[in-house]
Design a protein around this ligand. Structure first.
Ligand code: WTA
Length: 661
């Protein structure tokens, strides 16, 4: 056997990995006593997180739990998130790089934005926003690709106390309009376009179409990303060029607005069980303390690091771990505009090599792609600057974990498999990289001070080795505060399942993230996946009900059911089972209608990978579609119980159709 295969075999057989000694030596946290200490001091244990921030007015109470589940953290305190992410670093770090921006075209140079420059840009843009009419508490929507102006815009909003609501740039015009209407948002920041695999894509047309569907007037700011490669858009009277605004406000300064700890920092719409996206509300102090504390203790961020998270700012991972957490700690955060395989499959490794990246944080779906592309791509580069690796967004199996550990980390980097959600604001279940052993496939124990438990259907904690549902039994500072304008749905979606909703005793309130999980004898939690109608396509969270209503809206579709099907690289993909209107037989035409409808209503990421036409859908006697059976068919699994079906014979027909029999 060669040395190489020896190594692969040894790693393949190993299920527990100790934190590498070289990492532990310098880690931000190494004392396992932190778990007990936090448990004993809860909730005051979170004072340390609040101490990472600079306050205008000190807080009076760590946790106000007098009205569960409407918890409030660090009450009485005031602060500004943009001051915390920018201004306060100036005395020490004005000339250090805050943001390394890497564009996709390889002939374009990176932009290294220092804290001094970031301060200037954030101030100028904050002044420009005010002049456009944005006041404190106005919701500003962003539909922006990964341009450097994106983090500037977030921080400028935070500076003037205007909550932002970011809509992922890949989402459609209709999705944008829905979210702007729901938040009553009168301001939009977008861009003319962006590069994707070498092509300059038009983005403004889509944003404009969205604005046309908003039921009130909108002022739009447009970032000119493409220059001469642009699509010849002339700006209208209600559209303002970003560079012109910046030039008109050159040198302007805006005093950071003193915000109450519990004032809203941002909204983020995310998918849930029912068709309409939910507006998750995060507040200033709790969220910022949580993202800063977890960046420091889980991602081991230090000011002198060059940290790289490959997410998009349009999702929560980008908010928490490209922008707020790293910048609150005064480090260098990297953002990359484009595709991981452009111009070749080594683009991320080239970035790591060029910038001497110290931490790399990505999604399992990306790792599965890297694995498929082969180890020769990372091998082209010197990755020895890396100290820690992270994953987020979906479960990671031991095989890709070990590939990541060996070929990217060179067995020298701990991997943090971080379980969390849009709603949790930041990490909840993960190993502490300098403290805990790693078990590939399992996220690890709950963070110190986080009371996550796996429970059965009755809410009783399952014994070691058991499986059930993940819950969080105590509040935490980074938690969502409510769903925007919808306290009732907030309770219904996250608390009703396991709480006594009549009680005002916090002990009776349990947060339910809608994930299934297992727990082992060491308390390590393996999150298996959603137990609701949410699917995770390449780490993107989508609602099957939203997709289903898009499919049904297509011409000649009588009825449809959408399910998530297992996929080697993407984790899950969308399968749609569709009944045509009677008399319609041009399946190809309908297929196109369906694809267009899904792209228009949600975006290309939600397009079904497979559309199966069927004369009937499996239904219970009461007429409910049995999606579980369709999922089993899609996954090629043994079919479960079909005895409760009204039409059991249809299941075999669909199965035969899917398997091409
Ligand atoms: C899933 C992304 C297993 C989970 C930060 C959760 C994970 C949903 C992990 C939230 C992980 C996230 N292991 N599953 N390490 N991290 N998930 O809101 O199902 O886009 O509920 O937030 O992703 O997705 P969201």
């Amino acid at each position: 056997m060669t040395e190489e295969t020896n190594l692969e075999t040894r790693i393949a057989e190993q299920d527990v990995f100790e934190p590498p000694a070289s990492f532990v030596e310098q880690a931000n946290v190494t004392d396992a006593g932190i778990y007990e200490e936090f448990e004993e001091n809860w909730p005051d244990c979170w004072e340390g997180a609040a101490d990472l921030l600079s306050w205008d007015e000190d807080y009076e109470t760590v946790l106000d739990d007098s009205n569960p589940p409407f918890y409030e953290w660090f009450t009485g305190g005031t602060l500004n998130a943009s001051y915390n992410c920018v201004d306060r670093h100036l005395p020490e770090r004005a000339d250090e790089v805050a943001i390394e921006w890497v564009g996709e075209p390889t002939d374009e140079s990176n932009r290294s934005i220092t804290y001094g420059e970031l301060h200037r840009e954030v101030n100028e843009f904050a002044a420009a926003l005010r002049d456009l009419g944005v006041s404190e508490d106005d919701v500003v929507t962003m539909h922006m690709p990964m341009v450097a102006a994106h983090p500037v815009a977030l921080l400028a909003c935070a500076r003037i106390g205007a909550p932002h609501s970011v809509v992922f740039a890949g989402f459609s015009a209709e999705a944008l309009a829905d979210r702007m209407n729901a938040a009553d948002s009168e301001y939009l920041i977008t861009a003319d376009g962006y590069y994707r695999r070498g092509d300059p894509l038009d983005h403004l047309s889509k944003s404009r179409e969205g604005v046309a569907d908003v039921d009130h007037d909108v002022e739009t700011v447009v970032v000119d990303r493409l220059g001469d490669d642009g699509h010849g858009h002339d700006l209208r009277a209600d559209e303002h060029d970003y560079d012109d605004l910046m030039a008109a406000h050159e040198g302007a300064t805006v005093e950071p607005v003193e915000r109450d700890a519990e004032d809203m920092l941002f909204l983020m719409y995310t998918s849930g069980t029912t068709g309409k996206p939910k507006g998750v509300k995060h507040t200033t102090a709790g969220y910022l303390a949580w993202t800063a504390w977890t960046s420091q203790n889980v991602l081991d961020v230090k000011p002198e690091d060059t940290y790289f998270c490959s997410a998009d700012i349009g999702w929560i991972t980008g908010h928490s771990y490209i922008v707020y957490g790293p910048l609150a700690l005064g480090t260098t955060t990297t953002m990359y505009e484009g595709a991981p395989d452009y111009p070749e499959q080594d683009r991320f490794w080239e970035i790591v090599d060029d910038l001497d990246v110290t931490q790399f944080y990505t999604a399992p779906t990306a790792i599965r792609s890297f694995m498929k592309w082969g180890a020769e791509y990372p091998e082209r580069h010197d990755l020895s600057s890396l100290r820690l690796l992270g994953t987020v967004g979906e479960p990671i199996n031991p095989k890709p974990w070990k590939w990541y550990y060996t070929h990217i980390g060179g067995e020298e980097c701990p991997i943090v498999d971080t379980w969390w959600q849009t709603e949790t604001g930041g990490h909840m279940v993960t190993t502490l990289p300098g403290v805990n052993d790693m078990k590939p496939g399992s996220a690890g124990p709950p963070l110190p001070g986080v009371d996550a438990q796996v429970v059965d259907g009755d809410g009783e904690e399952v014994p070691a080795g058991g499986a059930g549902y993940l819950t969080v039994q105590k509040p935490w500072p980074g938690m969502l505060r409510t769903l925007y304008n919808n306290d009732e749905r907030f309770i219904e979606e996250y608390w009703a399942e396991y709480s006594d909703t009549e009680s005002d005793d916090p002990e009776d309130w349990v947060y339910f993230p809608e994930d299934g999980a297992k727990v082992d004898e060491d308390g390590y939690i393996t999150v298996v996946g959603r137990v609701d109608d949410v699917v995770n396509v390449s780490g993107h969270r989508l609602g099957t009900m939203e997709i289903e209503s898009a499919v049904v809206s297509a011409d000649h579709v009588a009825e449809a059911a959408v399910v998530g099907a297992d996929h080697d690289v993407k984790g899950e993909t969308i399968h749609a089972y569709v009944i045509l209107e009677s008399g319609v037989d041009d399946e190809e035409a309908v297929r196109k209608h369906i694809e267009n409808a899904v792209e228009d209503k949600i975006g290309p990421i939600a397009r079904p990978e497979r559309i199966v036409f069927t004369p009937e859908l499996p239904k219970t006697r009461s007429g409910k579609i049995m999606r579980r059976l369709l999922e089993e068919i899609s996954d090629g699994e043994e079919l479960g119980d079909t005895s409760t079906l009204r039409n059991p014979e249809i299941v075999r027909d669909i199965e035969a159709e899917v398997r091409g029999e």
